[in-house]
Design a protein around this ligand. Sequence first.
Ligand SMILES: C[S@@+](CC[C@H](N)C(=O)[O-])C[C@H]1O[C@@H](n2cnc3c(N)ncnc32)[C@H](O)[C@@H]1O
Length: 250
Amino acid sequence: MTSTGPKIDSDWFKLSFGELYPVVYAHRSVESAAPESRFAAEQLDIGPHSRVLDLCCGNGRHLVHLRKYTDNVVGLDYSGELLAIASETVAAQLVRADMRAIPFTGSMDAVMNFFTSFGYFEDAAENHAVVQGVANALKTNGRFMIDYINPAFARETLIPNSEREQDGYLIHETRWISESDGRLNKTTTLTKEGRICAELGESVQLFTREELTELLGSERLMVDAVYGDTDGSEFSAESERMIIFGTKRS
Ligand SMILES: C[S@@+](CC[C@H](N)C(=O)[O-])C[C@H]1O[C@@H](n2cnc3c(N)ncnc32)[C@H](O)[C@@H]1O
């Protein structure tokens, strides 16, 4: 389904992951992160000596589980609010940084990127900078995972408008795909006692499997496997997710 909506500010990600993010995405919990973390850790052969970066770690809900595999986990995020929650939740190194400037060089055995934390930037060079930073952070033969939207599934199942209640807020969400730039957009309005508390935007590039494979390959990040879910099911047009695993080649 394609429709139109307001232009989402290109810096939307600086505002939309603040104190109300845990309300809007309450279902993305520490508990729901357990099978996702296990799947990623097993696929990437994470062991007690592995150094792992959770790129865009948010509130640290995956770090909690990754700590069961190795003590050497690092969470990187831009949101001070979400990192503050992470610091109370998990004993891990936490770094506030922009994913376009990842401050690690050749030290990571694995980089993980959970729950659509990629494709945020309008400028192709900026999304490329993220891929370049992942390649730079990894050791040679280091492994990576990107847990992304399946664009075909997003197109088929898009719900233009929905409304629900969470923690005393009325949450109204509007979604549309702009075909001119191939982005999935969303606005979320939170209202409490009849008063609008926040209007948040989101906009993500709908990369196909082929486009992402090419983008990653341009930085020697070679795709090894693509799954449609954390149960290990094969990726297809009907898959809810597009979970890419690969290796940094020399
Ligand atoms: C959809 S959330 C996912 C968070 C976490 N991976 C999870 O599964 O709960 C995207 C995350 O990316 C972070 N983020 C957004 N833009 C960023 C940027 N430019 N640099 C670093 N982190 C960013 C947000 O703060 C947020 O925590």
